[in-house]
Design a protein around this ligand. Structure first.
Ligand SMILES: NC(=O)c1ccc[n+]([C@@H]2O[C@H](COP(=O)([O-])OP(=O)(O)OC[C@H]3O[C@@H](n4cnc5c(N)ncnc54)[C@H](OP(=O)(O)O)[C@@H]3O)[C@@H](O)[C@H]2O)c1
Length: 234
């Protein structure tokens, strides 16, 4: 697709991978809206990137519906949804509290579904569109403390396959992107230690792949891409 003047909506666009995707698509001439819960960070990022901020939580259905009303009122159309908002609580199974499990699923699974549902309603009507789901290599295999986060990314991967099976006949491309460790606010926010090794992936690396996948001619698509650091060392 040609990104020039395409309308892209990126959840969790105020930080890290979502921010880098917003910047990259905007630099290619797309008209971009970003969402996030922290109003100050959202407004600041939107100003820096010259994109449209929408203060919304993907896990709140009324926020999701308002997001689409605002996108359509502002831009008149939508071509790309990037389901990027995500977070995780990491604990051993024996220590897991239901509220932490449910909070992770509320954003990473229910939120992604609500956002995709509204996009799909629009895309089916116009018979074209793109949904990019940012999962993780955590969608590919399990690990200790991964009950909620890894479970949620496996679920997102499963939903992606279902949406692809439903929407392909309507010319909608549904992509899955699985980054391994990327240097963003994700690890600190989750309370996980992270070493800032120069060899580790940056948010821009993921944005580069997302832009390339979208830019391929609409007649084709790469359904799923996993991205690894060549030699992260740690
Ligand atoms: N960093 C990694 O190593 C890594 C690896 C693989 C996959 N990923 C995935 O990449 C995606 C982006 O993560 P990141 O690394 O860029 O982390 P990040 O820097 O912490 O950014 C997360 C973004 O999501 C937003 N967000 C979180 N919950 C939200 C909600 N309920 N509604 C709306 N926005 C929400 C955050 O803003 P607010 O908090 O203000 O809402 C923020 O803008 C996530 O899905 C993550 O699982 C990350």
């Amino acid at each position: 697709m040609n990104l020039k003047n395409a309308v892209a909506l990126i959840t969790g666009g105020s930080s890290g991978i979502g921010r880098a995707i917003a910047q990259s698509l905007a630099a290619s001439g797309a008209r971009v809206a970003i969402t996030g819960r922290d109003q100050r960070r959202l407004t600041e990022t939107a100003r820096e990137l010259g994109v449209h901020p929408i203060h919304a939580d993907v896990a709140v259905e009324a926020d999701v519906e308002r997001t689409y009303r605002e996108v359509l009122a502002n831009f008149g159309d939508l071509d790309i949804l990037v389901n990027n908002a995500g977070s995780g609580v990491f604990k051993n199974l024996v220590d897991f509290e239901r509220k932490d499990f449910e909070a992770t699923f509320a954003t990473n699974v229910t939120g992604a579904m609500l956002m995709a549902r509204e996009a799909a309603r629009h895309f089916v009507k116009r018979q074209r569109g793109n949904i990019v789901n940012i999962a993780s290599t955590a969608a590919l295999r399990g690990a200790p403390k991964g009950t909620a986060y890894y479970g949620s990314k496996f679920a997102l991967r499963g939903m992606t396959e279902c949406w692809r099976a439903e929407l392909r006949q309507h010319n909608v491309r549904v992509f899955l992107v699985n980054p391994s460790e990327v240097l963003t606010n994700f690890y600190p926010t989750a309370g996980l230690p992270q070493k800032e090794n120069a060899t580790k992936l940056r948010a821009e690396d993921i944005a580069y792949v997302v832009k390339s996948m979208l830019e391929m001619d609409d007649r084709g698509f790469a359904p799923e891409v996993s991205i690894f650091a060549t030699n992260p060392k740690d």
